[in-house]
Design a protein around this ligand. Structure first.
Ligand code: ADP
Ligand code: ASP
Ligand code: MG
Length: 461
């Protein structure tokens, strides 16, 4: 048995959905057992967020976003299903859209948008795309059910990025699939709390849904179908010479996606890794291509450099002062203060003199981080042992990823000299303790050049 997951661009319009249906039909013809997970149509999750945020600001333009969403689903549905069979599914889609409109109207009225309500709003994307796909399959005589993942994936109440309760979830999945043998079209990304409230698994989370289901059922392989030929040596949108990799380890895939490679959502690797299930990344628009296999590291296979990924926007915070050396437990205090505020720290460096500690965060976290540290260290700042925390903006972060990277002689030197020879200044450097990555912070305006220069130096020569 396999789980096949189709991403937003793979179900982005009726032509794409026809390609997806061809892939599904091929598997069924070969009598392979499959479970299908789908994302919302491309751009829909963003548009739903737009609509909700506009409504919360009291901006009547939320209706424009809503109409865009409505138009896209209704026109896709009527492109896919013959007129004679369109009545019932059209009615269901219209009813769902009305429910969405009512929620948006309440947000507009109250001028309030909680993470809980935003999850509810976002869930319409996956529900509608999966409904349309399942109805299209049925209209073409491929029997299937629409499975709302809220019924099988249970999480905590961390709306927007909920944590899965694997004990309950695995049991529900096993129970459901042992009682339902038809082809299931499962909504990616969405889940629910014990009280039945909608949650989501984090942006890009449909990949994770596929892996959660695959691991619970011990499937043979999880296939992530997307719009590129696999995991590539760099983001093909930024580096033209990027090429697809045959295989990477779970850890490498996690590291690349953690540092910005959107092609697979980082948590996806964990359930698969625990059950040793291979993940394959494949291209919906080039289905005969082998794609990239994500697999455990085998002792005799030599893995080396795999790729370069980047996070386009980061801020650095600098804590500086002569007092840094003398204050006991200062790092622990700083990072505890950040953890309390749920700030995600992307990179840490400490000057060898001990006078500065720098770290990188997402721009949306930087003010919160500055306040948290200044509050924690207010006495030391008052006594001038430390300066106020400085935020450095307009930066990007790139990571060179590969197993045993740092044991490979010359790699860090090659990276730094390639950047230096091309006049690119490195603002901070850190080596991952896992030996898997070398991370560098540079000015944002130099990112594209840096990615290309490094890619040529490491992969093309
Ligand atoms: P889906 O809609 O199928 O989930 P995503 O847009 O989430 O697809 O991910 C696919 C995109 O990831 C590609 O179009 C590509 O631009 C981007 N990407 C970034 N880094 C990489 C990489 N190293 N290899 C492949 N794709 C990458
Ligand atoms: N639709 C969701 C998102 O855009 C989940 C996904 O595409 O994987 O983040
Ligand atoms: Mg994705």
């Amino acid at each position: 048995m396999k789980v096949l997951k189709f991403g937003g661009t793979s179900v982005g319009n009726s032509d794409c959905i026809n390609s997806v249906i061809n892939i599904i039909s091929d598997y069924l013809q070969k009598r392979e057992q499959i479970i299908v997970v789908c994302s919302a149509m491309a751009g829909i999750t963003d548009e739903l967020i737009n609509a909700a945020r506009r409504a919360a600001q009291g901006d009547a333009l939320y209706k424009k976003s809503f109409l865009k969403i409505k138009e896209k689903h209704l026109s896709t549905l009527s492109d896919l299903i013959k007129k004679s069979k369109l009545n019932k599914p059209r009615k269901v889609v219209e009813e769902k859209l009305n429910e969405l409109l009512q929620i948006l109207e309440s947000i507009h009225l109250l001028k309030e948008l909680t993470p809980r309500t935003l999850d509810r709003v976002m869930s319409f994307g996956e529900y509608l795309s999966c409904y349309i796909i399942s109805q299209t399959l049925i209209s073409r005589k491929i029997d299937c059910d629409l499975l709302d993942a809220r019924n099988i994936i249970k999480t905590d109440e961390q709306f927007g990025n909920a944590k899965v309760d694997f004990e309950k979830t695995n049991q529900l999945i096993k129970e459901y699939f042992s009682n339902n043998k038809k082809l299931q079209i499962v909504t990616g990304f969405i889940a629910s709390t014990n009280n039945g409230e909608t949650t989501t698994l984090g942006r890009g989370g449909s990949d994770y849904t596929a892996s959660i289901i695959g691991a619970a059922l011990d499937v043979d392989e999880i296939e992530i179908w997307t719009d590129v030929n696999g995991i590539m040596t760099a983001d093909p949108r930024k580096v033209q010479s990027a090429f697809p990799l045959k295989a990477v380890t779970y850890e490498e895939a996690m590291e690349m996606s953690h540092f910005g490679a959107k092609v697979i959502y980082s948590p996806t690797m964990l359930p698969a890794l625990q059950k040793n299930i291979k993940i394959r990344i494949r291209n919906t628009f080039n289905p005969s291509f082998r794609g990239t296999l994500i697999l455990p590291r085998e002792p005799n296979i030599k893995f080396n450099m795999k790729g370069i990924s980047s996070i386009d926007n980061v801020h650095m915070l600098q804590v500086e002062g002569s007092g840094l050396i003398g204050i006991e437990g200062i790092s622990a205090r700083i990072f505890n203060a950040l953890a309390k505020e749920k700030v995600k720290v992307l990179l840490i460096t400490q000057g060898s003199s001990g006078h500065t500690i720098c770290f990188a965060v997402f721009p949306s976290d930087s003010l919160k981080a500055k306040r948290a540290i200044e509050n924690e260290l207010k006495l030391e700042i008052l006594e001038k042992q430390l300066k106020r925390v400085e935020i450095i903006e307009d930066l990007s972060m790139l990571a060179v990823v590969g197993e045993d990277l740092l044991n490979t002689p010359g790699v860090p030197g090659m990276v730094l000299s390639a950047l230096g020879q091309n006049g690119i200044n490195t603002i901070a450097i850190a080596q991952g303790s896992s030996q898997l990555n070398l991370t560098i912070v540079i000015k944002k305006e130099e990112l594209k050049k840096a990615l290309n220069v490094l890619h040529d130096a490491l992969f093309v020569t």
